[in-house]
Design a protein around this ligand. Structure first.
Ligand code: ADP
Ligand code: MG
Length: 159
């Protein structure tokens, strides 16, 4: 990643607030955005992606679940949303087979849980979102923008 242009930090209390942050982010997203979601199990990465789907106008009847086994889920929205979870990836070199590189393009939004495992393989621009557990229902979420497109999303969140 290049030099970060901006960071936005927020505390959420309960999953609804994390989902709301995801929704606001999804509303502001433009095509080609890659979101790297980092943090321990149970920190709220998947909850955040549920909000992203709402913000990207994925039909409500389609429920966003963890892609831990399939590794990649696709959701039809205003922009196609791909949700990736690399938790179970054993060999980061083997992700070619997943089709991840086929979906990382200017047409889509790609949200990747445990993206730190393939950091070198990701494009230089995008957003890194770190989730930290503060207490049972409190999370610290730190969003760092790399490049102009991501910085614009953070600007919208601050408004
Ligand atoms: P991850 O994908 O990071 O492993 P999940 O999103 O699947 O985590 O799960 C987060 C869990 O934490 C859910 O059970 C959710 O209800 C709970 N939770 C409690 N407080 C929060 C919060 N502030 N934000 C997100 N999730 C929360
Ligand atoms: Mg998850």
């Amino acid at each position: 990643m290049e030099q970060p242009s901006d960071t936005y930090e927020i505390i959420t209390r309960g999953p609804e607030q994390t989902r709301a942050l995801g929704r606001q982010t999804g509303e502001a997203l433009t095509r080609g955005m890659v979101l790297s979601l980092e943090g321990d199990l149970g920190c709220g990465k998947t909850v955040f992606v549920q909000g992203l789907a709402i913000g990207l106008s994925v039909p409500e009847a389609i429920y966003v679940t963890s892609p831990s086994y399939a590794l990649i889920h696709e959701y039809p929205g205003r922009i196609p949303l791909f949700h990736v979870d690399l938790y179970r990836i054993e060999d980061p070199a083997g992700i070619d087979d997943l089709g991840l590189y086929d979906v990382l393009n200017e047409d889509n939004v790609v949200a990747i849980e445990w993206a730190e495992r393939i950091q070198e393989a990701l494009p230089p621009e995008g957003m890194v979102i770190r989730f930290a557990m503060v207490s049972d229902d409190t999370r610290k979420i730190s969003m760092t923008a790399y490049g102009l497109q991501a910085a614009n999303v953070l600007r919208t969140l601050r408004e």
